[in-house]
Design a protein around this ligand. Sequence first.
Ligand SMILES: Cc1cc2nc3c(=O)[nH]c(=O)nc-3n(C[C@H](O)[C@H](O)[C@H](O)COP(=O)(O)OP(=O)(O)OC[C@H]3O[C@@H](n4cnc5c(N)ncnc54)[C@H](O)[C@@H]3O)c2cc1C
Length: 450
Amino acid sequence: MCGLYAARRLAAAGVRVTVIEKLPRVGGLAASMERDGVHYDLGVKHLHAHDGEIFKDIQSLMGDDLLPVELNAKIRFGKQFRKYPLKLADLLGGIPPWTIAWLFGGLSIQQVLNNFSKAAPENAEAALIRLYGGPLYRYFFRDFTHRYWGIPPTELSATFVSRKMPRLGAVDLLKQFFARLGAKSSYNTDVENALAEETLYYSRQGAIAIPRRLRETIESDGGTVITGASVTGLKVAGGGSGGAGKAVRQVVYQDSGGEHTLDCDHVINTIPLPHLIRLMDPPCSPEVADSASQLRFRPIVVYGLLVKRRGILGALYVYYRSRMFHRIAEPTESGLDSKLPGHGVLLVECTCSRDDPVWNDSAEARDRLFKDLVAEGVVSRDEVVAMHHQRTEFGYPLFALGFEEHHDRVAEFVNSVPNLDSVGRQGAFCYPNMHETMRQGADAVDQFLK
Ligand SMILES: Cc1cc2nc3c(=O)[nH]c(=O)nc-3n(C[C@H](O)[C@H](O)[C@H](O)COP(=O)(O)OP(=O)(O)OC[C@H]3O[C@@H](n4cnc5c(N)ncnc54)[C@H](O)[C@@H]3O)c2cc1C
């Protein structure tokens, strides 16, 4: 989305632009797999309207194909399903009073303790305890965070809490109450809460409809989009004394027709940052190469299920905290066309590592998945008409302890090449939504055009 949107802006401005995409289809994380006319997205993918300019532009491109849908999400918490994001009443409902007293006692004590600890928290566990207190951290965050990321919160950076983790809105309300009483916390994070009410946007053709439309506009404005072509090298010239004149002059890529070289004035990179560093010719210094290799990603597998039933979840998506999957979406409730009347599509998201059986779609993984689906009362095996496995190594940038130093070193190298930008979720190693990644592409272009 980031690269396509940048190319849309460039082509519209009359700049000669080429998009090079490794996969046979455009869209990256926002692409969908098509089977028997049904589109299975790589996880839940709704467009937010928060960026007015980007949204209006996409709306003008998509016309009636952009369907509004009211946010309706849930979280399985304890024995119940609660509305997501959690409201105070939802959080407290069904929890014994002594547990509530223990959780909020911990939160109150932490508010006071925070006034004495000015140093930055040393890891995600310490950051979460500062925000929520020990009892609430252990009750709500610890195990889920470990399962989701595959490493304990003590091995995750505190930056993860401030940049990725949405705050628990219900607890924020209580903290505002404490603040009014004078116990204002000195530690806070800047991640916005998920909105409780929001109109989201989707397409009958699934998430891929937007990137596909972007491709059409790039091509009709004279740009080129090459799919099934992997970038294999960036040839850098200059940079002798003091780095003067350093610039990427050629992009090398490989497709079914062999190796090709493209002369260029400017490169907007959106492929994973560690891969970009490996493509540099001449190679980067061993320090930069080593730092790049320390930037890791958490893979994700998404099972797409075609089910003989609709309205399965009673929500657009549901979070689960103790299952093999962490979220299930039902895009047919957002307007996806399932082709068969009365049939629904489910997208079952599982973060994993590459040595997890689910990564290779083993029979054992499918058995475990169905066990969990049945235990949650989602579907039985005989209701599932088709099941498709999709995966990507680059689901989530992993903010492991100490990643900042490596990221800064790599970013410093990228910034030393004036005609190279590295943006987007993989290129900047961050967590944008689709509209934010398009914004990053647009900003890179505006800067370049200036
Ligand atoms: C499970 C999940 C759910 C999400 N839900 C939402 C949501 O509901 N709403 C929302 O707004 N956002 C959502 N997001 C985020 C959104 O999908 C991403 O932020 C966005 O799609 C990232 O776009 P990008 O262009 O930055 O990166 P990518 O989509 O990763 O693009 C990078 C591209 O580079 C290509 N590439 C890699 N190597 C090479 C190479 N050597 N040569 C050529 N090409 C190469 C890749 O194939 C890919 O197409 C979700 C993300 C995930 C993982």
